[in-house]
Design a protein around this ligand. Structure first.
Ligand code: NAG
Ligand code: NAG
Ligand code: NAG
Ligand code: NAG
Length: 458
């Protein structure tokens, strides 16, 4: 359609006038009710895009992604904790339990193409539920045991055939990414282990956390000199190469894990160094001076607006992990809280998408809505809004442990049932993200044959 020039001008004027009146969500860091309102509105918008609890749908499953379900429930558990709003507890419990697999968040419908990072997000969601005493369901495994189930299934995947250790990104050899060792997978298990260690005081977890941190620092993934965290490295190069894209969640994973280790070692120097080093790089990179120095930005994809749906979730994780960090590493609060507050105020201005629905865009640093709306951008905004309750919820908000009131029951053997001992991927279908080259298929046939031989012939 080609508009006459004058009509176009009129149209543009009306459009701009309309934009001018849209101010985003009201958000005042000093007003508890305004924080709760903004969070409630954003939670509602996010959940309007979730249909897993409707008849004929699969609880906990979002279209074309499995891991994001875990991230979404983690965000809702934190939302409940900070605001006290129980509206989404039922749907959260339903999804979290439906997707539990054999108590290990490795459900057979999807396990053919899951990576370690996908699985660990559900484990971290379960850990969050345990630490915040999110209500348990009778006759179901405890939240803590589900987190332990993820730990128990990931540790045996520790791979010493290259790089002297580390988790691979992908679990199955036919997946692209099998030869990658990445920060979010290793950082994920590091953080989960540190949190399990602090909750249970079981040294097995703490030792694993330390081992994963130390190993990461031997590779190009983590530098303990300049505190850079790279995204990926590969087994072909024995972890000497580097995919150095910068992502908030990679820094958040290791920073938060170090915070738990700091706390459980009663202020251990090694962890203090890690926290101070990583805070410095996290702040200088993801809170750019050009946006005032306190507003978070996903710097590798926001400038060109090329963030994919995964990447649109990341700022939310860093928001919540930094916020909880102030409770277990209290000396960091003075530096962290102004960033949580300024980021939330900025994010609220982004929430004028979808007309009166007020959905949140991506670029928190931009004063007007950037034109994006998604479940993921809402999820990140929800996280930064909820986090701001920390200055209003006047109690010890630290994640609980078995000794400080956490009631979730431990089951150190979770996820190690007989089913897990035999590796048996289902036949690969076209729906799976399998690169179906002849070589891969031959390799898998040989591999299943040798497994069969091990099981039946050995
Ligand atoms: C699904 O959950 C939403 C909350 O997100 C709730 O409003 C709705 O009633 C639930 N639907 C069903 C069918 O239970
Ligand atoms: C697995 O797939 C079946 C068939 O679509 C579905 O009924 C079931 O709910 C799915 N389970 C999970 C854990 O997603
Ligand atoms: C560990 O966390 C608790 C809150 O659970 C806090 O009171 C304590 O000061 C922290 N320890 C250190 C060494 O910061
Ligand atoms: C500690 O955790 C390990 C690993 O899951 C387990 O084998 C061990 O039994 C646990 N110890 C206690 C005392 O729970």
């Amino acid at each position: 359609m080609v508009l006459p020039g004058w009509l176009h001008t009129v149209w543009l004027a009306i459009f701009l006038a309309g934009q001018g009146t849209v101010l985003g969500l009201e958000f005042d860091i000093n007003d508890e009710q305004s924080i709760k309102n903004a969070a409630a509105k954003t939670a509602f918008n996010m959940m309007s895009q979730y249909h897993g609890n409707e008849s004929g749908q699969i609880p906990g499953k979002l279209p074309d992604t499995w891991w994001e379900g875990g991230a979404m429930f983690m965000t809702l558990i934190q939302y409940w904790f900070w605001t006290g709003d129980t509206s989404y507890n039922e749907v959260t419990t339903q999804g979290m339990l439906w997707q539990k697999g054999e108590n290990d968040y490795f459900p057979s419908n999807y396990s053919n193409y899951l990576g370690n990072d996908d699985q660990v997000f559900w484990g971290l969601a379960a850990m969050t539920a345990a630490e915040l005493n999110f209500p348990e369901q009778d006759g179901q495994p405890s939240w803590l045991s589900l987190a332990q189930g993820v730990f128990n299934t990931q540790v045996p995947r520790w791979d010493t055939s290259s790089c002297n250790g580390g988790l691979r990104w992908q679990i199955w050899p036919y997946q692209a990414g099998y030869t990658t060792k990445n920060s979010v997978s290793n950082g994920g298990l590091f953080q989960l282990s540190a949190r399990l260690g602090r909750y249970t005081t079981n040294h097995t977890y703490t030792e694993w956390a330390e081992k994963i941190w130390d190993w990461t620092a031997t590779t190009t993934l983590l530098s303990t000199k300049n505190w850079n965290i790279a995204d990926t490295t590969t087994t072909q190069a024995n972890c000497k190469d580097q995919g150095n894209l910068q992502w908030t969640y990679n820094y958040g994973m290791y920073l938060s894990g170090a915070a738990y280790m700091y706390n459980l070692t009663n202020g251990g120097d090694k962890w203090k160094k890690g926290i101070d080093g990583l805070m410095e790089t996290t702040f200088s990179r993801f809170f750019p001076q050009k946006f005032g120095g306190n507003v978070m930005s996903e710097i590798s994809c926001e400038p060109n607006m090329m963030c994919d749906r995964n990447q649109d979730c990341f700022k939310g994780f860093l928001s919540s992990w930094l916020t909880f960090m102030t409770t277990i590493v209290p000396y960091t609060a003075g530096e962290i809280l102004p960033k949580i507050q300024a980021s939330a105020e900025a994010a609220a201005k982004q929430c004028s998408g979808g007309g009166s629905k007020m959905e949140c865009g991506r670029r928190w640093h931009q004063a007007n809505w950037d034109g994006t709306t998604s479940l993921e951008t809402d999820m990140s905004a929800l996280s930064i809004f909820s986090s701001n309750m920390i200055t209003h919820k006047l109690q010890d908000n630290a994640p609980l442990t078995a000794d400080t009131g956490g009631t979730s029951k431990s089951n150190p053997n979770a996820g190690t049932g007989p089913e897990e001992h035999t590796i048996k991927p289902k036949p690969i279908t076209t729906a799976d993200r399998a690169g179906a080259s002849i070589l891969t298929i031959l390799f898998i046939c040989g591999w299943i044959a040798s497994l069969t031989w091990l099981v039946y012939g050995g």
